[in-house]
Design a protein. Structure first.
Length: 570
């Protein structure tokens, strides 16, 4: 009898508990539901926030959505941007500049290492994350950095700028990130051949058709001053030396020290001005003296800074992105040129595939014309599609209201493709066009290099960076994030991902969760933690050997990142 009463009591308690759990779950569901507002609602919500009408946030009606689209411009103008935030950024910027100048002036001191101050030391530490979920660490925590810190000071017997034997003019080529790497290499080359470097000219003829000059994109004076102990840099060839002998030279790609010391430096006997016709991949990745490698890092991560105008706008975008919380920067290389060049047409309509094929046929400098997109994709050579990226992010556990910054030019298929693929899983897709007003973006709009620089800044400062393809931008940002303290960078295993995703498509896996777990598994070692740069592919010879190496700027370890205290190795 007593025993029976006890079981009844237990049953009642169990029912109460079940009810309580259900209630909590329901509340949780509702609050998530409120959060998962589509983009256009979002700015509306902000507007309401500002106007202190926050009580009925969940009751956004369709009419309001429509009116919010119409008033988008006005709501954007208000949107998360009290003037004080702007002012704070500008003053932070100035403060950093002063800090940086003092550290730059004593950089020959080996005992004094620090992260350059113009990027924050730890992006997530700025935020007060109060609602840590159980998955928080898995999703956002940077990988262990095992005490690796920048070590870019030259060794004690490094001589300040050597006597110049002539002038090095540089014509850079490619988009922003290819030019960046080329400029840093040319600094090192100028040092090797004892040249005075004239501030490089940016590429105006490439695919990107941008008329920007060096000083529009980079801080020219800072570049010159920061390198003053390494290489003499001047703004232009001095006047009145027109009688000097000049030569235009294509430096051999992936060349080492002896090529520059012998073959190129011997040209000083005949010429006083050497003009490098191209800047990309002219210097080998490995087997250079440590002082030259460290100089490449000082050039790229300390001397080469964006112009004040770009830095200020970049910080503003970062600040607006942060107002949504921790965020992912997604480099979605799903742009027309990329797809046409690579022949990747998975998920496209027949007419889109035909359009891309035609572009490829008609572009003379793309040598390979017949490409089987299916084969390329299965080999992992295609950028992930927006849909595939969506599945990847879901598999990794990011919730549908995770703020995502799309770092890209125009997505092929436009906003509607983005909305119907990635947007159906993730509601907070942002971009510079959505975060800033037309008016604010206007100075950058017709300059693809400057627009790319804004994406670069937001990507560097993101809590998590994910590139959908391993191109120049992906490599540059990944390396810079390593340098700044191994910020979390997820490098998708594209080959593994497409195979697993195809399993879901074929229905071969009943439960998506199993596929998701495999996706998590193959990315455990792709989080951006410290490791040595990988060498050439086995069996590769000659140029191919150099080409197959991991790029210096993708991972400047071991030369520019050293372990502070090896005894604390984990
Ligand atoms: C913000 O928007 C509201 C409504 O559109 C407008 O009345 C107000 O003047 C705006 N405030 C600022 C600072 O632009
Ligand atoms: C190098 O740094 C140490 C420690 O910060 C300092 O005591 C020393 O004066 C510095 N030397 C130079 C040449 O700046
Ligand atoms: C962060 O949040 C905690 C708890 O909510 C609070 O006590 C603390 O003051 C906050 N810190 C900052 C810097 O806002
Ligand atoms: C550069 O100058 C240094 C010091 O004067 C000299 O030792 C070196 O051989 C020079 N290098 C070249 C390539 O001229
Ligand atoms: C950008 O270029 C286009 C076409 O060359 C021109 O019509 C437009 O006015 C330019 N916009 C700005 C903001 O300079």
């Amino acid at each position: 009898m007593r025993r029976r009463r006890k079981t009844v009591e237990v049953a009642v308690i169990r029912r109460l508990l079940t009810f309580a759990i259900c209630a909590i779950a329901l509340i949780g569901f509702l609050s998530v539901h409120i959060y998962v507002a589509p983009l256009h609602k979002l700015s509306r919500l902000h507007l309401k926030n500002h106007n202190r009408h926050t009580t009925h946030r969940e009751d956004v009606t369709d009419d309001e959505i429509k009116s919010s689209i119409i008033t988008e411009q006005s709501s954007k103008r208000n949107f998360s941007r009290p003037e004080s935030i702007k002012a704070r950024f500008i003053s932070d910027y100035k403060k950093n500049e002063i800090q940086y100048q003092s550290s730059a002036s004593e950089y020959i001191n080996n005992t004094h290492e620090q992260v350059p101050a113009h990027f924050s030391t730890n992006p997530s530490s700025k935020l007060n994350v109060t609602s840590k979920t159980p998955d928080f660490d898995k999703l956002w925590k940077p990988p262990p950095n095992r005490n690796f810190v920048p070590c870019v000071n030259p060794n004690p017997n490094y001589t300040p700028s050597l006597e110049s034997r002539g002038y090095l003019l540089v014509h850079t080529n490619g988009g922003l990130n290819q030019m960046r790497a080329g400029i840093c290499d040319m600094v090192a080359i100028a040092r090797i051949i004892n040249a005075t470097l004239v501030v490089p000219e940016l590429d105006k003829r490439s695919f990107w058709q941008d008329s920007s000059k060096f000083k529009d994109v980079f801080d020219e004076d800072h570049f010159i001053n920061a390198l003053s102990k390494d290489v003499k840099v001047i703004k232009k060839l001095p006047k009145g030396i027109s009688g000097l002998t000049k030569v235009v030279k294509h430096f051999k790609s992936y060349s080492g020290l002896s090529y520059y010391q012998k073959e190129i430096a011997s040209m000083w006997d005949e010429y006083k001005v050497i003009r490098a016709a191209k800047s990309d991949s002219r210097l080998v990745n490995n087997n250079l003296p440590p002082d030259i490698q460290k100089l490449r890092c000082r050039a790229c991560y300390e001397a080469l800074r964006f112009s004040h105008k770009i830095e200020t706008m970049g910080k503003l975008l970062v600040d607006r992105m942060r107002s949504y919380g921790l965020y992912i920067a997604l480099h979605l290389r799903y742009e027309k040129d990329m797809l046409a060049f690579s022949g990747c047409n998975h998920g496209l309509s027949a007419s889109e595939a035909a359009e891309l094929r035609k572009i490829r046929q008609n572009t003379a400098y793309w040598k390979v014309k017949d490409i089987d997109g299916k084969v390329q994709r299965l080999k992992g050579f295609c950028p992930l599609t927006p849909k595939e990226v969506g599945i990847l992010l879901t598999a990794l556990g990011y919730s549908s209201n995770t703020p995502i910054y799309i770092a890209a030019g125009e997505i092929y298929g436009g906003e509607s493709r983005l909305a119907s693929t990635l947007g159906s899983r993730f509601s907070m897709l942002m971009s510079k066009e959505k975060l800033a007003t037309k008016e604010e973006l206007k100075p950058f709009m017709n300059h693809s290099t400057q627009m790319a620089a804004l994406d670069y800044i937001v990507s560097i400062e993101s809590d998590v960076f994910i590139p959908s393809y391993s191109g120049n931008m992906a490599r540059a940002v990944e390396g810079h994030r390593r340098y700044l303290g191994h910020r979390k960078t997820i490098s998708p295993d594209r080959k593994g991902i497409v195979r697993l995703i195809d399993k879901i498509g074929r229905g071969a896996e009943k439960d998506n969760r199993q596929v998701y777990e495999k996706i998590i598994e193959i990315h455990k070692t792709r989080q951006g933690s410290p490791r040595r740069r990988t060498g050439p592919a086995t069996g590769a010879k000659g140029l191919e050997r150099h080409r197959s190496e991991e790029s210096f700027y993708e991972n400047p370890l071991p030369e520019c990142l050293c372990q502070r205290d090896p005894s604390r190795r984990r």
